[in-house]
Design a protein around this ligand. Structure first.
Ligand SMILES: *Cc1c(COP(=O)(O)O)cnc(C)c1O
Length: 384
């Protein structure tokens, strides 16, 4: 008998979700609109402190709508963090535009302001400024938003903040996802709170979000005969799933607390190992610690990330390398890329040394100890 599976970041229901689902059934709001959708949008807007939010079918859809609202189209370029999940950049291609990838910096693992500044300077002299910049907050850690916002303002380029992984995190006490023209969240099954699948687009520009809601509902002009002047999408969130979201948002702060405790336990028990370093938390920021991520210096630890992953897999524990940088993906082979500096390629380095450990808010201490023991034993054996 193999040991029970430990997942990287499984869903964690509170039980209250059923109440809102039942309401949806009893009122027969089994549709991509309804009272749960309206309330969930209001709840998110008020939690993160923005004027308006629209609930959609995925985080990817939210990014796509943001790009569409910024009129990104064929021939345009959009700058995007390289160290991220492919969904951050795919919508750029849906719009027929070209992504340009920006490296990370070592303090947050997120977009390097230095690389961004260099890329914008080149773009400026080329006379081909990007239509937008997509900044990702990896594993819950906010990017260096002051620097990034300042550079983008200088060049007058709007920011889309991909906060799919960082709902509830803050930067200088301001909620993650509220720094750009648009912010997006994801409620995919593996995120810190989930609706099974879903997303949210937020902004202080009420009119823009209203337009997003219109586009996400097939861009139906106000006429009884289904008239359309613009190209729309079918991107709204189901009223049943929004019910799950309402209950999940009520316990978001508890989920963040649990994930931070898990992070702290890993770091207390493993930080003494020479060559292991945990993902930093930048001063004046608060990370939801969606995933516990660390780097392994193979020369010092005596074991590679690959070996650690193999042993964890043998023990039925799901762990992962950090995201493969998008500029290294076959899909984006032809895309331009700006490294952090001439001799520092931070995202590529993190890809080789990075490891994400099981971090679900429902991970028990006993199971977490299984992960810790597996890592510690593998390292000890190989070192001897
Ligand atoms: C999950 C994720 C997305 C996409 O969200 P979906 O809801 O799965 O479409 C986008 N960006 C990042 C960084 C993510 O982690």
């Amino acid at each position: 008998m193999s040991k029970p599976r430990i997942y990287l970041s499984p869903p964690h229901m509170s039980g209250k979700e059923l109440h809102y689902i039942k309401e949806a059934f009893e009122s027969n709001w089994i549709a991509p609109l309804g009272p749960n959708v309206d309330e969930f949008e209001k709840d998110i807007a008020s939690y993160v402190g923005v004027n308006e939010a629209v609930a959609v079918s995925s985080g990817t859809a939210a990014i796509h709508l943001a790009l569409s609202l910024l009129d990104v189209k064929k021939g345009d370029t959009v700058f995007c963090s390289s160290l991220t999940f492919v969904a951050s950049a795919n919508p750029i291609v849906y719009q027929g535009a070209e992504p340009v990838f920006i490296d990370s910096e070592p303090d947050t693992w997120n977009m390097s302001p230095e690389a961004l500044e260099r890329a914008l300077t080149y773009a400026f002299y080329d006379g081909k400024m990007p239509k937008a910049i997509i900044v990702v907050n990896l594993y819950g850690q906010s990017a260096k938003m002051d620097e990034i916002v300042e550079i983008c303002n200088k060049y007058n380029v709007p920011i889309i903040e991909d906060a799919a992984e960082s709902l509830g995190s803050t930067y200088k006490s301001k909620q993650s996802g509220t720094f750009g023209k648009f912010g997006i969240y994801s409620f995919n099954g593996n995120k810190i709170i989930t609706t099974s699948g879903g997303g949210m687009l937020v902004s202080d520009d009420t009119e823009a979000v209203k337009k997003a809601r219109f586009l996400a509902t097939q861009a139906r002009d106000p006429a009884p005969h289904y008239q359309h002047s613009l190209l729309g999408f079918n991107y709204r969130m189901s009223n049943i799933l929004a019910g799950i979201g309402r209950a999940q948002l009520e316990i978001l702060n508890e989920r963040i607390r649990a994930r931070r405790i898990i992070f702290n336990r890993y770091s207390e028990e493993l930080a003494h190992i020479q060559g292991i370093e945990f993902m930093p938390e930048l001063e004046n920021t608060f990370s939801n610690r969606w995933l516990t991520a660390l780097t392994v210096n193979e020369n010092e630890v005596g074991v590679s990330v690959k070996t650690l992953l193999e042993t964890l897999t043998e023990e039925n524990i799901e762990a992962r390398p950090v995201w493969k940088p998008l500029h290294m993906q076959p899909l984006f082979e032809k895309a331009k890329y700006y490294p952090h500096s001439e001799d520092e390629n931070v995202s590529e380095q993190l890809f080789v040394t990075g490891l994400c450990l099981p971090s679900g808010s429902n991970l028990t201490e006993v199971n977490q100890q299984r992960v810790i023991r597996s890592l510690a034993n593998t390292i000890k054996q190989k070192v001897r």
